[in-house]
Design a protein around this ligand. Structure first.
Ligand code: UT7
Length: 325
């Protein structure tokens, strides 16, 4: 078979059991359901319980995607998990998922570029499949940002949530992933970051200092709209296509107003945009694969249609994929 493309042949998602509504948040911080809905588009989100982790959610999404694709663990020869909230510093989340599925002696690694981690993972897996190094790749975006949010900070705790989304990629002579684009600009570090890590700040964490996501939301908002709009144009141009060719936009789910603004810049009516933020909040690297799974499973997205997937996150980092379904 001529191996020109990688193709998404199955999708899945998994969210924690517990739902946290805006009404619940009204009891925790100085906020209102009205403010959250109108400023972000979020109505509710899922929050991981003590026994749910990034790897357990990733595993749930992987199992669904494998079932949808009709593949078993022995078929999978490449596993990558995009995440910023691994269960452990090491071993990486992909090895934990592989072990739970019974995948042996195959590459398994995690990749960390904040909310765009899935887009980076997809871009890399696409290259491995296209060049023949992988025949069946499992690509997951999974995060539990609720673990690193300050639950008394109304600027962030109403936004972030937990979940996982997964896709299976296989080689195909028919068009699948047409192109991907990944990029970053480290000069924006201070607008969105987590202040402690392993080789820096570990001593303060051990001493009991609390650490949480720091975000200058308003400034992030402006760069996100500009970057995601330009990214969409660049990705289409790279594939020799135009915005009129798009059937679907599957954007990062950070804020409905960001999604609206990007859709307007692309002249895309909202009927062509997959929006799931109302149900899930911002699930970081899980947001795009979860939205893709929702729209495929509810029958909105059909084989042969053209979808643009894109995400933006801390760093800043961003990534996209133009996909023939
Ligand atoms: O996924 C990674 C990328 N992340 C993003 O893209 C996030 C981008 N940013 C955003 O989504 C928005 O900037 C936010 C939703 C975070 C904030 O919305 P905003 O319209 O930019 O609000 P703001 O930060 O300018 O704050 C406006 C007001 C402030 O009050 P004052 O100073 O005007 O009195 C805030 O203190 O809203 C206040 N505020 C809240 N009020 C009620 C901030 N958070 C809340 C809240 N409830 N939860």
């Amino acid at each position: 078979m001529s191996r020109l493309y990688s193709r998404i042949v199955g999708t899945g998602r998994c969210v924690p059991e517990k739902i946290l509504t805006n009404a619940d948040l009204e009891k925790m911080v100085d906020t209102t359901d009205e403010w959250i809905r109108t400023r972000t588009g979020i109505h509710q989100r899922h929050i991981a319980g003590p026994h749910e982790t990034t790897s357990s959610l990733a595993l749930g999404a992987a199992r669904q995607a494998m079932q949808a694709a009709g593949v078993s663990a022995s078929d999978i020869d490449f596993v990558v998990v995009g995440t910023t909230t691994p269960d452990l510093v090491f071993p990486n989340v992909a090895t934990q998922v592989s072990a739970a599925l019974g995948i042996e002696d195959r590459p398994a690694f995690s990749l960390e570029t904040a909310c765009s981690s899935f887009m980076y993972s997809l871009s890399i897996a696409d290259k491995f499949v296209r060049c023949g190094e992988a025949q069946c790749a499992l690509v997951i975006g999974a995060d539990t940002l609720s673990r690193i949010v300050d639950w008394s900070d109304r600027n962030t705790c109403v936004l972030f949530a937990d979940g996982a989304g997964a896709v299976i990629l296989k080689p195909s002579s028919e068009p699948g992933i047409l192109t991907t684009h990944i990029s970053a600009d480290g000069q924006y570090k201070d607008l969105l970051y987590f202040p402690m890590g392993v080789s820096s700040g570990w001593d303060r964490l051990r001493a009991g200092d609390a650490a949480a996501i720091q975000m200058r939301g308003n400034e992030v908002f402006k760069v996100a709209v500009k970057t995601l709009s330009a990214l969409a144009e660049q990705t289409l141009e790279k594939a020799g296509l135009s915005k009129q060719d798009l059937d679907w936009l599957v954007p990062h789910q950070a804020n409905l107003r960001i999604i609206d603004a990007v859709a307007r810049k692309l002249d895309l009516p909202m009927e062509k945009v997959v929006v799931t933020i109302q149900d899930f909040g911002n699930t970081s690297s899980a947001a795009v694969p979860m939205a893709l799974d929702v729209a495929i499973r509810d029958g909105r997205m059909r084989p042969g249609q053209l979808a643009l997937l894109e995400a933006f996150g801390g760093g800043f980092t961003w990534g996209s994929a133009l996909v023939r379904l």
